[in-house]
Design a protein around this ligand. Structure first.
Ligand code: FES
Length: 157
């Protein structure tokens, strides 16, 4: 939820007062306009926080990166947005490159669900393919995947 700009203490208070009852976090963002500097507050609601899930990416050399993804966003997007090395996502998630390959941790394979024929076709072009391979642009965050662990191959090409 983006609230109106606030340039002074009174406006900031008014801005805060606009928060709905379910807002739990207020993040300031400073900007510049022709009238000077301004601050915009972005409130994150409980509802939005409830719709986020954690994904842990384990790189080929064993480094762990845990990030939070919005419900509905893909595991590939989570890696790209958080600059996690090891996922390229060259086609932006259009199922046309195979450079978002991951190995799903054994305890999460059932929850992730079956692979589609289209994904299986594209996966053939990825490196280091195994039984647990998936294209991370086809794995969308949902409540059941909170805590998901994926392992990244040594290379995507
Ligand atoms: S990002 Fe291209 S197939 Fe997943």
């Amino acid at each position: 939820m983006r609230l109106k700009s606030a340039s002074g203490p009174e406006e900031r208070q008014a801005c805060i007062a606009q928060l709905s009852d379910n807002a739990t976090e207020l993040t300031p963002s400073v900007g510049l306009s022709s009238r000077g500097a301004f601050v915009t507050f972005i409130a994150v609601s409980k509802e939005r926080i409830d719709r986020m899930g954690r994904v842990t990416y384990i790189t080929h050399d064993g480094n762990r990166h845990t990030v939070e993804l919005d419900d509905g966003s893909t595991v590939m997007q989570g890696a790209i947005n958080n600059e996690i090395p090891g996922i390229d996502g060259d086609c932006g998630g259009c199922l046309a490159c195979g450079t978002c390959h991951v190995h799903v941790d054994p305890q999460w394979r059932a929850a992730v669900g079956p692979i589609s024929p289209e994904e299986a076709d594209m996966l053939q072009f990825s490196a280091e393919v195994a039984e647990d391979s998936r294209l991370s642009c086809q794995i969308r965050m949902r409540k059941e995947l909170d805590g998901l662990i994926v392992h990244l191959p040594e290379a995507q090409h």
